[in-house]
Design a protein around this ligand. Sequence first.
Ligand SMILES: C[S@@+](CC[C@H](N)C(=O)[O-])C[C@H]1O[C@@H](n2cnc3c(N)ncnc32)[C@H](O)[C@@H]1O
Length: 249
Amino acid sequence: MAIYKDYAQVYDHSGQLAFSLQMIPYLSRLLERHPAEGKVMLELACGTGTVAIAQAEAGGRVYAVDGSADMLAQARRKARDSGTAPLWSQQDMRQFTLPERVHLVTSLYDSMNYMLTSDDLSMVFRQVYDVLLPGGLLLFDMNTAWAFATLWDEETYFIDSDDLTVTMKSDYDSQRQRASVTVTCFQRVGDLYRKIVERHTEQAYPREQIATLLADAGFWVEGKYDCFSLDPPTPSSNRIMWAARRPGA
Ligand SMILES: C[S@@+](CC[C@H](N)C(=O)[O-])C[C@H]1O[C@@H](n2cnc3c(N)ncnc32)[C@H](O)[C@@H]1O
């Protein structure tokens, strides 16, 4: 992958870790409402592994897939420090294999928005359906076009500390409902600063289209929420959390 390379080294320190730390208790709340029938799970597009490690610490047998070798290297290092052992693998989320089928798949923090065409998003849903056991649950969040129009359109975010300076400059193509962000980091290495530049692009989809793609893949949508709450989404929701179930046997 051309992205999540050098940026992987500073990802957690560039303000992104807070999202996963907020997600862990929220997932517990969601699972009370949408139970998984067992503890074999997949964290898809696991990034630096914060959620996968928490799932393993809670007693799950956790598979963790990501397309970026550099993000997985960070995840492995963190898992060593924590003494847990998710089973990491570098695979594309559109086409991957696991040694067994799972009760729960999570895919978090915009990862599905990296699917830039509905065909790609559909491939992921179909692939996830195949690795879920009958009755298995998929939980994922996606940024909305509203978020891109209000938070990403010609915006600049800036984070500064002694060892790391990050600017994120974003733009939004409202015709295509597609947003991009250029991440520029200066990471302190001894007395020098290393420059890291990556451009990330995300695609928003109307919620009706997401529901149709899920249904076409065989899923039953059990719920959708204004993310981090258990309230239904509104037209101004920035992020929607979806709970979709593979029907039981
Ligand atoms: C915004 S990060 C989220 C990471 C993690 N889920 C979290 O909550 O911090 C998006 C992740 O999606 C992964 N990703 C993007 N496209 C992918 C693809 N086609 N296959 C596998 N992983 C992909 C990236 O490598 C990155 O780790």
